[in-house]
Design a protein around this ligand. Structure first.
Ligand code: GLU
Length: 587
């Protein structure tokens, strides 16, 4: 890591020393002011430039682990493994080995994009009645999420292991070292982690013994700045490091997962040892489509991320957003309308394509989308958009799922030009709140539609045995007209992820912003309902002009966690979201 120069008015120490606000682009180095050992919440961040490799992710400890792997000659996939293992420890609210992931990979030599689906699966015995209470009524989302019922078979370890078999350079076990050391020595609790515990973001945290002990030592929430150890996680990671994924999906770790899920008081689950043993990460065809002179590639079903993102951009293509300034009322209006149309299709058609026929080619068909874009009026909000009339799937009724903000995104480019765009999640903050051997179990099954049919028609995203719940995670890659990788991006944010990523792509591709500026643009969201403007930003100034066009506007926190890298002829440019505690490091 090179620290090349000091910036006016601030002192630059080593990586784990203090840092300055850099308004200018530096070479390499962490892009924020604070001591990563005492990582606090929101802070203005600056573009980071590097020549050889770069990693952008949600926590300084995790980014440092990824940096070390890249520095040692590891591949982007190797670094992603190291980052994810440390995130399990330091950002337990968002992602971890008890959760699921979607990974997009660019192989620079072969010029291929691959995707690995590490989404959780429903227990084989689950069916459309999973979320009915004892009286046969649909459970509330909050009642369903805590305990065993919402836990799907975790996919993170299987997906990373599959990616490593294909793209790993360094030994699997070596990639766990930082996470094991840090779990044993302890990490400094960030303000964000403290606040999420203290504010009871997940009201059930503390209901189950292991999580209660871990997150509320002596009955108090973990304090900002406290050094906290997780010896149980260290032991778990050692087993997985030494014995590989089998140690997770079979044997004593699997047995403990199952007894926690089945034995969860108040809300036991159906997951079995056989479900864990049968879990497989699936290599899937990514979805790719042109946008102006670029090609956008994303994750296909069971995520709606790639398809819905591509739809939004394609619907906007005829309007040439480059003619507008960022945060023009017109541009925000058009964005919200395209988003309405795309979310209408998402809600009706997209689910796990191994169970449901997803009309992928229709949804991405340019003339279908051109036709749909003609529904967008310049002067008025269209109101609730209907899904397109695509014949094959008319028997499905729309279902809606709530997704709460947690999740994490990792973007990496290695020194050979290979890249990883990986979004990873345990769903709600702190997942199901069941903790096993030092890690939290997901509540990803709440991403299914709770209702199995509406008006007598089956819902595409209903629960079925072994099915994967529909996701909004949108790990994305962009290629230029010469088919060279030019951008790696993704975000957490529940079903708003798609809006956050779309905004950032438009910022870079249409408005010529650098990646940090594009991430910093205020977030706008419309999931075929209200138009949401990000609280505390310039976007709120658009409220009355949008209301004049008929929008129902809500001003609210829109907490993205965008982490991205742009590949330019001169090198790599990385950005990290000021709304969370992420950083960028590179050489
Ligand atoms: N579970 C959500 C999904 O897969 C992500 C949750 C979040 O970003 O907070 O779409």
């Amino acid at each position: 890591m090179k620290i090349q120069y000091f910036l006016a008015g601030c002192l630059f120490f080593s990586f784990f020393g203090s840092h300055c606000v850099a308004n200018t682009v530096t070479s390499t180095v962490i892009n924020e002011t604070r001591d990563p050992e005492a990582a606090t919440g929101v802070i203005e961040k600056s573009l980071v430039e590097s020549k050889k490799f770069q990693v952008s992710a949600a926590n300084p400890y995790a980014v440092k682990a990824g940096y070390r792997v890249l520095k040692a000659g590891g591949s982007a996939v190797d670094a992603a493994i190291a980052v994810q293992m440390v995130l399990t420890l330091v950002e337990p609210q968002s992602s971890g080995i008890g959760g699921g992931t979607f990974i997009l990979h660019w192989d620079e030599k072969e010029k291929t994009v691959t995707s690995w689906d590490g989404r959780e699966t429903a227990p084989s015995s689950a069916d459309g009645d999973l979320f009915l209470d004892d009286n046969g009524k649909l459970m509330s989302w909050w009642d369903a999420l805590a305990g065993g019922r919402s836990v799907g078979a975790p996919g993170v370890i299987a997906a990373l292991s599959k990616a490593h078999e294909s793209q790993g350079k360094l030994p699997w076990a070596s990639l766990f070292k930082d996470a094991i050391d840090l779990s044993e020595k302890g990490f400094i609790v960030s303000a964000r982690l403290h606040q999420l515990i203290a504010k009871k973001t997940n009201p059930s945290l503390g209901h189950y013994a292991e999580a209660k002990e871990y997150f509320f030592p002596n009955g108090e929430p973990l304090q900002t700045g406290a050094r906290h150890k997780n010896p149980k996680l260290a032991a778990t990671l050692k087993l997985i490091a030494q014995k590989g994924p089998k140690a997770f999906y079979q044997g004593e770790i699997a047995a403990d997962i199952i007894s926690a899920v089945q034995g969860a008081k108040d809300n036991p689950g159906l997951l079995t040892k056989a479900d864990l043993q049968a879990y497989e990460s699936i290599e899937r065809e990514p979805v790719c489509s042109p946008y102006h002179q670029y090609t956008i590639c994303g994750m296909g079903s069971p995520s709606s991320g790639g398809i819905t993102l591509i739809q939004i951009l394609s619907l906007l293509e005829p309007f040439k957003l480059s003619n507008y300034k960022p945060m023009d009322t017109e541009a925000v209006h058009l964005f919200s309308q395209a988003s309405r149309l795309a979310y209408a299709d998402r809600d009706l058609f997209i689910a796990d394509s191994d169970f449901v026929k997803v009309p992928l080619s229709d949804l991405l068909n340019k003339s279908y989308l051109k036709h749909r874009s003609q529904l967008i009026k310049n002067n008025s909000d269209m109101g609730k958009a209907k899904a397109g009339a695509i014949p094959q799937v008319l028997s499905f009724s729309e279902g809606s799922t709530l997704a709460q903000p947690s999740t994490s995104h990792i973007s990496i480019v290695d020194s050979e030009g290979n890249a990883v765009s990986m979004t990873t999640s345990i769903e709600m903050a702190f997942g199901s709140t069941l903790m096993v051997r030092g890690f939290l179990l997901n509540n990803q099954l709440t991403d299914f539609s709770f209702a199995k049919e509406i008006n007598g028609k089956p819902v595409a995203n209903r629960v079925e045995g072994n099915k994967r719940p529909r996701s909004s995670m949108a790990p994305t890659m962009v290629f230029n007209q010469d088919h060279q990788l030019m951008m790696v991006i993704g975000s957490p944010g529940g079903s708003r992820i798609i809006n956050y990523v779309a905004k950032t792509l438009i910022g870079v591709l249409d408005w010529g912003l650098n990646i940090q500026q594009a991430i910093d643009l205020p977030n706008i969201s419309n999931r075929n309902g209200d138009t949401d403007l990000e609280l505390g930003t310039d976007a709120t100034k658009l409220q009355s002009s949008l209301e004049k066009k008929g929008h129902v506007v809500k001003v609210r926190e829109l907490n993205s966690g965008l982490h991205g890298i742009v590949i330019t002829p001169k090198g790599l440019q990385g950005g990290a979201d000021s709304r969370r505690e992420g950083v960028v490091l590179g050489d």
